[in-house]
Design a protein around this ligand. Structure first.
Ligand code: DAU
Length: 338
């Protein structure tokens, strides 16, 4: 089939962005995808290797904060922009917040201006449950105030506020999704689940922050990507949609399950380390609005986690080069003093 829609996917070489690119090229025969990605440490061409030869796939290297590169990627026009490009790791935002402001705030602004200039008919901002801040009880709804508490969450909230302001002021056709903690194949091994899986393979201990009783809600990356595509096509401009996994677990529960799947013992595997400064205790999302729109997650957590562990076991060729490069220096800076 000839593609008669073209979507610009910024950050399409990252974890969730690449899952979205693979999904769209697999399931939407009439859509062509252009990826714009600056290939920072987390942007990896190997993440889209299985679709890179599809004639509907094209790639432009560039930063979303660089208007000329954004224009080059838009070319003669696109039907939609889906913005996955972001600095995403909370711990890195504590060490070096500036890159977060540049990409998550300024980059979002540059994209919104491009949407206006090129009269693009849809813009979707991929955001996060972290903008709601720490949620002691209950679950965040889209109408709740945002109370970001880390430099990362504040930069994402800054992006979200601009997106909504452009809708109010210029009637820019925007949508926002706010996803919960995401896991699955191709996740850069700085995040809890892939870090712990790969440390266990390497015979290293896993660093649990504080008491490990913080709660996160886990969403499989394929469900997250499907949710974003669904909101892009079915959502109402100007609206925010929460995408929740429905799998709330403490970090210790996750840790114990990963140790069990690795066939190791708790005492030989865990290192309790100093807590993350300002660590949010709990996130929880109410996703009733996205459910009413027709999306719900389909990957069961036990299956999804076991398959993710199996993927990292099979794809040492993917993660070992990452962990032996600049990652070593990052890991030392992040964990040595804990
Ligand atoms: O909630 C959505 C967010 O989830 C996304 O917006 C972020 O981009 C993503 O990084 C993630 O943020 P978290 O801070 O929740 O994810 P992370 O994997 O870094 O940590 C998950 C939990 O595990 C958190 O409570 C901190 C804890 N943790 C993490 C690491 C890396 C540890 O105990 N030890 C660790 O070494």
């Amino acid at each position: 089939m000839v593609a008669h829609r073209r979507w610009l996917v910024t950050g399409g070489l990252g974890f969730i962005g690449s899952a979205f690119v693979r999904l769209v090229l697999r399931e939407r025969a009439d859509v062509a995808v252009t990826v714009l990605d600056s290939m920072t440490y987390a942007g990896n061409p190997a993440n889209v290797a299985e679709v890179a030869h599809d004639h509907r796939y094209s790639f432009v290297r560039g930063d979303i904060a660089d208007a000329a590169r954004v224009d080059a990627a838009i070319g003669e026009g696109v039907d939609a922009i889906v913005n996955f490009a972001a600095e995403t790791h909370v711990d890195r935002s504590i060490l070096e917040p500036e890159a977060f402001i540049r990409t998550d705030v300024l980059g979002t602004h540059v994209l919104l201006e491009a949407v206006r200039r090129h009269k693009i008919s849809r813009y979707l901002q991929v955001s996060t449950d972290e903008v709601y801040g720490d949620v002691e009880h209950g679950a965040s709804r889209e109408t709740d105030p945002i109370r970001p508490r880390s430099p990362y969450a504040a930069s994402k909230a800054g992006g979200d506020l601009q997106v909504l302001a452009y809708h109010t002021t210029f009637e820019t056709p925007v949508l926002i999704t706010r996803g919960s903690n995401t896991y699955g194949p191709y996740q850069y091994p700085e995040k809890l689940i892939p870090l712990f899986i790969t440390n266990l393979v390497e015979g290293e201990r896993v660093p649990v922050y504080g008491d490990g009783l913080q709660v996160r809600d886990w969403l499989h990356v394929d469900d997250h990507a499907r949710g974003i595509a669904h909101v892009l096509e079915q959502g109402t401009p100007g609206e925010v949609y929460n995408l929740a996994g429905g799998n709330s677990r403490t970090n210790l529960e996750i840790t114990k399950e990963l140790i069990r799947l690795a066939g190791r013992s708790y005492d030989d595997s865990v290192r309790h380390v100093t807590d993350r400064p300002g660590h949010d205790r709990r996130y929880a999302l109410d996703a009733a609005k996205a459910h009413a729109l027709g999306w719900s997650p389909s990957v069961g957590f036990a299956t999804g986690l076991a398959e993710t562990v199996a993927w990292y076991h099979q794809r040492e060729d993917w993660w070992r080069p990452i962990k032996s490069g600049d990652f070593r220096e990052y890991y030392r800076r992040q964990y040595a003093l804990r």
